[in-house]
Design a binder for this molecule. Structure first.
Ligand SMILES: C[S@@+](CC[C@H](N)C(=O)[O-])C[C@H]1O[C@@H](n2cnc3c(N)ncnc32)[C@H](O)[C@@H]1O
Length: 221
């Protein structure tokens, strides 16, 4: 399959973390030209905008499923001086993110970590004051159970701004998992927003994502 042929069908057909590693190893170099630009994918920009609208002043944040670094880049335009780290399973996608620069030409990301977020992860820079994500909670990528892997990375009271593919949200039972986390006292009752994933004019215009907005409370015991 040529890189040009890679797209939503392939992204939605992966099943395991290893499938994801293989797909994004092939796709990293052309992900922005063949998909983001060609399909007018606005999800990273939209998540950065939601984050900027809802999260008060914070200093250190983590981009979950960083990809080529577009969400962090847009956020750095809105919140200059924000310290941004990233995590992703694909070293090839992270290599692209490492090149992203801010308006003042400084690097967008302070540190980038190769991590499988289907497992519990820790890192030396946690806890963060906020986590954000675009495009990574989707078919065959991260499911609702992975939210529990993220919470230990967040400070008490820290913010989660997590985009979830609309159909994935319904079919995988995100609402139920969020209710369980609220019942455990792990998170506040979330606000769920809807955003357009593609610009008007895109062949995919009309596809929407939910955005989970909540804050971490006590650790799960
Ligand atoms: C569609 S891309 C989204 C990238 C970026 N956030 C954006 O919106 O352009 C999905 C990303 O999820 C990452 N990913 C998939 N499975 C993962 C896992 N188990 N752990 C961490 N990252 C994963 C992929 O490597 C890829 O970079």
């Amino acid at each position: 399959m040529s890189d040009e042929a890679l797209g939503l069908d392939e992204a939605y057909s992966v099943k395991t973390p290893e499938d994801n590693k293989r797909l994004y190893a092939k796709w990293a170099a052309t992900y922005e030209s063949s998909f983001v630009d060609a399909k007018q994918y606005r999800y990273p920009k939209a998540i950065a905008q939601v984050f900027n609208d809802v999260v008060p002043s914070v200093n250190r944040v983590l981009d979950i499923g960083t990809g080529t670094g577009l969400t962090g880049m847009y956020l750095s335009h809105l919140r200059t001086g924000l310290v941004i780290d990233g995590m992703d399973i694909s070293p090839q996608m992270l290599a692209q993110a490492k090149l992203k620069v801010r308006a003042d030409n400084a690097l967008v990301y302070r540190a980038l970590y190769e991590r499988d977020l289907t497992r519990e992860v820790r890192n030396e820079n946690a806890p963060y004051e906020a986590l954000f994500s675009s495009g990574t909670f989707t078919h065959g990528h991260l499911g609702p159970e992975c939210l529990r892997n993220l919470l230990p990375l967040l400070a008490d009271g820290g913010w989660l701004v997590v985009g979830v593919n609309n159909e994935h949200f319904e079919s995988k039972g995100f609402a139920g998992e969020l209710e369980s986390l609220v019942a455990l006292g792990a998170i506040d009752t979330p606000e769920i927003m809807r955003i357009d994933v593609y610009e008007p004019g895109s062949v995919h215009y009309g596809d929407q994502a939910r955005v989970i907005i909540t804050r971490r409370q006590a650790p799960i015991t």
